[in-house]
Write a protein that binds this ligand. Structure first.
Ligand code: ADP
Ligand code: ZN
Ligand code: ZN
Length: 712
């Protein structure tokens, strides 16, 4: 007797329309079973899918159905909830279930043959057992106790709105502890936005839980791990040995058969949204998964996303999340930093640092405190120009300038990577005076070295060494941390006190616990106030709050920590709210604007991006699909009314129109109802597929739908 099995395999991006494949098997295998199946002339990994959830298995010719090649023995089937999660993700983000499900599994499951797999499974170490000193948890602060009591007694989801240093992580640890102690099988998932935040979190969780449940009870899952490491963590979570999984956004898909608690730390962080393949939001999926599996969900942030903030308004007003507030910092470091605005209109033109800021930096360094200077632009200068003829260091392949990197005297395109040595003279007119325009972190570093040349490291001037040591400046950005281990090394130097002034991009603003920093300066934050991206102010506010959260954590220094903002708009509402550390005021003002303009969270959005050899082809493709929706589709049975709600904007070039010689265009779609937008997109997919072959779209390379896009 043989059985027909629906099986998901990794199919190209838009095979959503293609059916789940059908294979034959001797044994009836439960949905969720991992199998190897022949596909063309190769063998590939597949997941047996539930015939009922795999919408239509489509037509198939029984004579052509092939046998599965084998079952991945020793690995229990993926749970029904996992299958539902992946099915939902594929449908919601408009991708194929095969692509989404297979991408969510560790790559080595695909690569290892059955013998290798069997060996890998055997090698699973036996529990080393608990033992060792249990690290005592601190007594809870009243705010923590109140938050935890709410989490215990309500179902959530919860938005834990707590200042940096208010003890949010301690709340997570406490909830995980309670859960694991009460239920010997229960598992918890804790997510952080960045890979480089996982080691410090892992350390904290291991210190707390390894003595109770053994080392293997805490595992990590992120893309910085090797494939064997990832497989090991995944198997351990899937088998239930791992009680706590710590990870980045990909961890939302970890197989956790006894998942009871999900924590999304820094839930506002854009890194939770994937930028390729299925453009899923791990934060949103966490909430969905929690509901699906009956797991409690805690979203934590000092500056929540406006979406989550809105969802956590009072229930009477329609809120769906429960907001928990922890406004105070723990312990003596409870004083929040003082925010100072420097009006750059009253400073010398083109000054990088204002006079009072320079004085403040010198004073802090002289006292042995650390300073963090923050500018969200790497390189020396964003563009080189010739004042004689107007030449600019454009990238020949992109509609963008190449950035001047003085360290290796190169011009580098940050979009396509095209790199050349800086020309000796203007390539157009021969003028030898080509000059950098604007500034980046490299220039800041150089300039600070000049400004601080006479300042000596705190305590380094002694009778034996009357000259003392120069102030040490370090730069942390994507350029200085390219090699593996560099970031860790640089962070360690900051922690060890070997650095007096730290210069960097947003990389340094996030999450890291720099205890001795007492002054944080944002050199030029104004750009985001005038950005065409409606989310730019939200991101700037959270970045500056985060940066401010870095300051003054070490109470023993006793100095009042400060955040300096150099701005031409000192009266701007965003800075005023920041000065008062008043996120609710900022959020209220932003949400009001969004409501008036009908923007998320007051409407749902999707974006279709198209790439083509010409801008005309990219736009023609999008506009043709739009016209079809507005005319033909509107005439389809039952669609007229729905389509009245769906607003399709005309196609426009993307902000950076050309990258690596590929033209890019996008089309925004807005709808007051998420459900209607979903319905529309699902139906419209086939239109997009069909439009592709129209003559005016010749030269179209690819297109993709981004549901709930973050960058527009
Ligand atoms: P957050 O995650 O909100 O930034 P943390 O949980 O990291 O805050 O707490 C900040 C600091 O305060 C940490 O050093 C932590 O160990 C300490 N801390 C947290 N809760 C308590 C408490 N109840 N008693 C004493 N120290 C605490
Ligand atoms: Zn010139
Ligand atoms: Zn380029």
């Amino acid at each position: 007797m043989s059985h027909w099995l629906p099986v998901l395999v990794h199919t190209p991006a838009h095979a959503a329309l293609g059916p789940v494949l059908t294979y034959r098997s001797e044994h009836l295998l439960p949905a969720g079973t991992l199998v190897r199946v022949p596909l063309g002339n190769r063998e590939t990994l597949g997941v047996v899918w539930d015939a009922a959830t795999a919408e239509a298995t489509g037509e198939f010719d029984p004579a052509k159905v092939r046998d599965i090649a084998g079952v991945l023995e020793g690995i229990p089937p993926l749970s029904r909830a996992w299958q539902q999660l992946l099915g939902f993700t594929a449908a919601y983000y408009q991708r194929s279930a095969g692509e989404v499900a297979l991408a969510a599994l560790p790559p080595q499951l695909r690569e290892l043959n059955p013998e290798q797999m069997a060996r890998r499974l055997k090698r699973k170490k036996v529990d080393a057992g608990a033992g060792g000193a249990v690290l005592a948890a601190p007594a809870l602060t009243p705010e923590q106790a109140t938050a935890i009591a709410q989490i215990d007694s309500q179902s959530g989801p919860f938005l834990l709105f707590g200042a940096t240093g208010s003890g949010k992580t301690e709340v997570y640890l406490h909830c995980v502890h309670k859960l694991l102690a009460a239920d010997p099988d229960a598992q918890a998932l804790v997510m952080v936005p960045e890979i480089n935040l996982t080691p410090q979190l892992e350390e904290r969780f291991k210190a707390r839980f390894a003595p109770l449940y053994g080392e293997q009870a805490v595992v990590s899952l992120h893309s910085g791990m090797t494939n064997p490491q990832r497989l090991k963590s995944w198997l351990s979570a899937h088998g239930g040995a791992a009680r706590i999984v710590l990870g980045t956004r990909m961890a939302v898909f970890a197989s956790l058969p006894k998942l009871r608690l999900i924590v999304v730390d820094e839930e506002h962080d854009p890194s939770y949204k994937s930028g390729e393949g299925a453009r899923y939001s791990a934060r949103d999926l966490a909430v969905y998964r929690g509901k699906l599996e009956g797991a409690k969900v805690i979203l934590g942030s000092a500056t929540p996303s406006l979406e989550s903030w809105h969802h956590s308004r009072p229930a009477e007003e329609g809120g769906r999340y429960l907001r928990l507030h922890m406004p105070s910092r723990v312990g003596e470091s409870s004083k929040l930093p003082l925010v100072r605005r420097v009006d750059m209109n009253h400073q010398p033109r083109r000054a990088i640092f204002s006079t009072p800021l320079i004085a403040a930096i010198k004073e802090r360094v002289a006292r042995g405190e650390q300073v963090m200077v923050f500018l969200n632009r790497r390189g020396y200068a964003p563009v080189l120009t010739c004042e004689d003829c107007g030449w600019k260091s454009e990238c020949p392949h992109c509609s963008a300038f190449r950035v001047f990197h003085k360290i290796d005297r190169t011009l580098r395109c940050h979009h396509c990577g095209f790199t050349e040595r800086v020309p000796r003279a203007c390539p157009d007119c021969g003028n030898v005076d080509i000059a950098p325009f604007g500034r980046g972190t490299e220039q800041l570093e150089e300039h600070l070295a000049e400004l601080l040349v006479d300042v000596r490291r705190h305590g380094s001037v002694t009778p034996e060494n009357p000259d003392g040591e120069h102030v040490r400046i370090a730069r942390i950005d994507a350029d200085s941390t390219k090699l593996k281990g560099q970031l860790e090394e640089q962070l360690a130097a900051v922690h060890a006190g070997d650095v007096d002034v730290l210069v960097g991009t947003q990389m340094i603003a996030k999450g890291h616990d720099f205890r001795r920093i007492t002054l944080v300066a944002a050199v030029n934050p104004d750009g985001a106030l005038f950005s065409s991206d409606f989310r730019a102010p939200e991101r700037l506010f959270s970045l500056l709050m985060q940066a401010a959260g870095r300051a003054g954590r070490d109470a023993t220094l006793g100095a009042q920590s400060e955040v300096w903002l150099q701005t031409f708009q000192p009266e701007h509402g965003l800075y005023a709210a920041l000065k008062k550390h008043d996120y609710p005021a900022f959020a209220a003002q932003q949400l009001k604007e969004r409501e008036q303009a009908n923007m998320p969270p007051f409407s749902a959005q999707a974006l279709v991006r198209a790439e083509a050899k010409t801008q005309e082809a990219a736009q023609a493709f999008l506009n043709a699909a739009r016209t079809f929706a507005q005319t033909e589709m509107a005439a389809w049975d039952g669609w007229a009314e729905a389509l009245e709600q769906v607003f399709l904007y005309p196609a426009v070039p993307m902000a950076i129109q050309r990258v690596a010689n590929i033209e890019r265009a996008q089309m925004l779609i807005e709808c007051p109802s998420r459900a209607t937008l979903q319905q529309f997109l699902t139906a419209w997919q086939s239109v997009l597929h069909a439009t592709r072959s129209q003559p005016e779209c010749k030269g179209l390379i690819r297109w993709a739908i981004d549901v709930d896009p973050l960058a527009i």
